[in-house]
Design a protein around this ligand. Structure first.
Ligand SMILES: [Cu+2]
Length: 116
């Protein structure tokens, strides 16, 4: 009797410490910063079918982030956080580019999403 109570107490403690997957509030947030002429991180790994929120910030001028296959198309003005929700449905490697002219290196400003 006493033993099973302890197990119950332990289970409740474990539940509090390690809530089951899926009990988290909302999608995982991945922070990405943009500055002339790169994104950080340059590469982000996503899981197929799993919704994430990208929290985008620019450290200098207005940049963009465009990846048609992942349905991402947004401007990133400096001084504000832009949130984009993504649910990748197909595995693959996707390149996202800056689609807001931001200066001389604009054409090479890109990052990669790897969906597994
Ligand atoms: Cu640009």
């Amino acid at each position: 009797m006493n033993g099973s109570r302890s197990i119950l107490a332990l289970s409740l403690m474990a539940y509090g410490l390690f809530p089951p997957l899926g009990a988290a509030e909302g999608p995982q947030v991945i922070a990405i910063t943009a500055k002339r002429f790169e994104y950080s991180p340059k590469e982000v790994r996503l899981k197929r079918g799993e919704t994430v929120t990208l929290a985008l910030k620019s450290l200098d001028v207005t940049h963009g982030l465009l990846c048609r296959k992942l349905k991402i198309d947004t401007d990133i003005p400096p001084g504000q956080e832009v949130k984009v929700t993504v649910t990748p449905l197909e595995a693959g490697t996707y390149t996202a580019i800056c689609n807001h002219f931001c200066g001389g290196g604009h054409g090479n400003m890109k990052m990669t999403f790897i969906v597994q």
